[in-house]
Design a protein around this ligand. Structure first.
Ligand code: HEM
Length: 352
């Protein structure tokens, strides 16, 4: 079966494409939209888990547990079982294989999804590019003996990957037709500012980390900033994030968005407040590793919650059925990843 392209996905018009010309073997490989959505969720979960396993490497001082790359040490591919730090670093490296498999499944699934959507293929290819970048960056991080800019970059590439995966999940959960904002332009800009400030919170957090004691190895170089100053900048950016979040949510509610926003708004505010409290707690107790581990996991949840609220301001149709895709024969560039209607805002929401 030729996985026919969704008319809303920017595919080339192909009147000949259809169920009647489907090769049976390829039809057996076909993935329905609902199933493909699950692939994208697995990829997102794997990408979140590896942020936490990566933090575990740092927090157990195992950053140089395997001082070589790609082999663990010298000619040895894996660390010996009695080498705790080597094993922790090894498990993290092996988990990269799980992540790679999950993102490959997202790419391959997008190719046999019915209807096929070009936006989903590009977004899943973005995940593959990001994972390759992480593998290369991880090698440089080890070779640089954990220089802070490399450790920081390692987290930040993951944050970009998580964002890519969140967009992929959202698009795989809905139809591929043109996008339309369902809130007024002011709220759209507030929401964009909220995402930008969330990025500032994350970047400033990684600066605090790479100034503080959890380097991943006692020999690692640190940024020479005053820890109290960078922590203050980090905390002030969190306060700005909270204010922008409340303003964005108020705008969404004024536009009648309570129904389609669901619990996303409450979850976002709760996660920022909880994460902020955890941040102060760890700061005033000398950054114990376990609390920092929860803070890293919490940072991923806040990031996903921010993106989920931001993506909810765009109205999208419900997920297509695969039968609809098999019938589709018309084409057109309707689903460019950035086609957001800039015309008059609509205030009622459909099934985005
Ligand atoms: C929305 C709330 C917050 C988010 C999303 C957030 C995010 C982050 C991130 C991404 C990191 C770097 C993690 C890493 O590189 O592995 C970090 C580190 C840190 N954050 Fe936050 N943070 C928040 C609130 C706070 C607050 C209010 C404080 C209070 C001062 C704080 C204190 C810290 C400290 C001390 C570190 C360094 C921990 C270490 O030694 O590794 N955070 N944060």
């Amino acid at each position: 079966m030729t996985a026919t392209r969704d008319p809303g996905a920017g595919g080339t018009p192909d009147p000949a494409a259809g169920a009647t010309r489907t090769a049976p073997r390829r039809r057996r490989l076909a993935v329905a939209p609902g199933r493909y959505r699950r692939f994208t969720i697995y990829a997102l979960v794997a990408l979140c888990v590896i942020v936490v396993t990566g933090a575990a490497v740092r927090l157990t001082n195992s950053g140089l547990g395997c001082p070589d790359w790609p082999r663990c040490e010298g000619e040895q591919l894996f660390a010996s079982p009695d080498d705790f730090h080597g094993m922790v670093e090894n498990v993290n490296r092996l988990f990269t294989g799980v992540v790679a498999a999950a993102v490959m499944a997202a790419v391959l699934g997008s190719l046999v999804r019915i209807p096929r959507r070009r936006d989903l293929t590009w977004l899943s290819l973005g995940l593959v590019a990001g994972v390759i970048a992480q593998i290369i960056w991880g090698a440089f991080t080890v070779w640089s003996e954990l220089r802070p800019e490399f450790v920081m970059g390692h987290y930040l590439i993951s944050a970009v990957l998580v964002a890519n995966a969140v967009v992929l999940v959202q698009r795989a959960s809905s139809g591929g037709r043109p996008l339309r904002h369902r809130v007024p332009p002011t709220t759209v800009w507030l929401s964009r500012a909220m995402v930008a400030v969330a990025a500032v919170v994350i970047v400033s957090g990684t600066i605090v980390t790479n100034t503080g004691p959890h380097a991943g190895d006692d020999r690692a170089v640190r940024f020479g900033f005053e820890i109290a100053n960078v922590a203050r900048i980090h905390a002030v950016s969190v306060l700005c994030l909270l204010l922008l979040t409340i303003a964005t949510l108020a705008g969404i509610h004024r536009a009648g968005g309570a129904a389609w926003l669901g619990r996303r708004g409450v979850l976002l505010v709760a996660s920022i407040v909880a994460q902020g409290a955890l941040g102060y707690w760890q700061y005033f107790t000398g950054v114990p590793a376990l609390l920092v581990g929860f803070h890293v996991a919490g940072s991923v949840l806040v990031w996903i919650a921010v993106l989920a609220v931001h993506l909810s301001i765009v109205d999208r149709p419900p997920l297509e059925s695969s039968a609809e895709g098999s019938r589709s024969t018309a084409g057109g560039e309707l689903d460019s990843p950035h086609v957001a209607a800039t015309g008059p805002a609509i205030t009622a929401g459909g099934g985005g």
